[in-house]
Design a protein around this ligand. Structure first.
Ligand code: CA
Length: 364
């Protein structure tokens, strides 16, 4: 059985056992000197909501569940100054753990981008099913093994919005020469339709859009977009196609993880899984709350969906790019085939369950 899934099925039993243990021992305190002091480097800045909170929750769970035997110190990008260098730092052992997004290393190892989200790919419940029951965890462990790192789901943003646009996109001609900030594989797909794709650090996005250096950008969704203020300067908010289930990643140095006693391995695994799933619920809540606020304060914001012919073209280009890579990279092909065949199966169920329910019962 792969190392990253060993404790998955034990999770519920373990939590119950630990709860009983702590409930029965009122004097038990998580303040003994830790036997294991680990460090975690995250891509996000200090006090970054939702993403950073998921990391903190994981560390808190580890501390209390290990009865203080294990502590994880969290370093934000303000401290380590290498927001996109998390994989290297965990691989090299400067940090035992990391928290980031797998598609940031598309340029270093293209096979890793599959474990965040893919354009026109699975939605979050489908993707979690693929990770834990459809072979995803096994493939992620295999793909990451050349970096001597274990990777675990690290929290899902849910479906991301297609972005903020200054002008309405009515036809493919409107995309030609449009300057847009959009990272990852989706950027490559859009560039095939003539979009001039750039990647700009988060802190400079608002100014770039306000000054017209870019015509459009995508970030996340209302959960994190509200604080960025894009709704104050761009009137069109497009629905998504490019990141249907963005999953962040916890990374753990293989040697350090293997050297832990089994019960601490189980505790860390459980803490990561719980905090990841919690971030998914939190993202759903915060997007709902923040979208309500945006609508109240800026009732003129217009929700748009890309025209059908653009979506059809994007799908063709997406598949073409994926097939080209698969033809020259066996590991890429293995993951792509797994995701495609799993999605076909799981989507048949989604169609007659959640999709049918929403389609037939949705009311304004
Ligand atoms: Ca995004």
């Amino acid at each position: 059985m792969p190392k990253t899934t060993r404790f998955h099925h034990l999770t519920i039993a373990l939590v119950i056992a630990l709860s009983l243990m702590f409930a029965g021992s009122a004097v038990s305190k998580a303040n003994a000197a830790p036997k294991y002091s680990w460090k975690l480097a995250m891509t996000w800045p200090t006090n970054f909501p939702i993403f950073g909170d998921a990391v903190q929750k994981m560390a808190d769970l580890v501390k209390v569940m290990s009865n203080g035997e294990m502590e994880i110190r969290i370093d934000s990008k303000n401290k380590h100054k290498a927001p996109l260098g998390i994989l290297d730092m965990v691989k090299g052992g400067q940090y035992e753990m990391g928290h980031s997004a797998s598609y940031y290393w598309k340029g270093k190892d293209v096979n890793l981008m599959f474990f965040t989200t893919m354009p026109f790919g699975m939605i979050a419940p489908e993707q979690y099913a693929w990770f834990y029951y459809g072979g995803g965890m096994e493939l992620m462990e295999k793909a990451y093994s050349r970096h001597h790192v274990y990777s675990f789901p690290g929290g899902n943003t849910g479906n991301q919005m297609g972005g903020w646009f200054q002008k309405e996109i009515k036809s493919e001609a409107d995309l030609k020469g449009l300057k847009m900030r959009i990272p990852g594989f989706a950027g490559e797909v859009l560039s095939k339709l003539g979009v001039v794709v750039t990647n700009i650090p988060a802190g400079e996005l608002y100014t770039a859009l306000e000054r017209g250096n870019i015509d459009a950008l995508e970030w996340v969704g209302p959960s994190l977009d509200l604080n960025m203020g894009f709704h104050k300067i761009a009137p069109y908010y497009y629905t998504g196609w490019h990141e249907p289930a963005t999953e962040l990643q916890f990374l753990v140095n293989q040697k350090k993880f293997d050297a832990l006693p089994e019960y601490l391995q189980a505790i860390i695994t459980t803490a990561m899984e719980l905090s990841a799933y919690d971030m998914y619920s939190r993202s759903m809540n915060d997007s709902a709350v923040n979208w309500d606020l945006i609508q109240k304060d800026y009732p003129d914001i217009k929700i748009r969906t890309f025209p059908k012919e653009i979506i059809a073209k994007l799908k063709i280009e997406n598949n073409k790019l994926l097939n080209e890579q698969a033809a020259k990279n066996p590991m890429f092909k293995e993951i792509l085939d797994s995701q495609r065949s799993y999605m076909k199966k799981v989507r048949n169920w989604t169609k007659i369950s959640d999709y049918a329910y929403l389609k037939d019962n949705i009311s304004e």
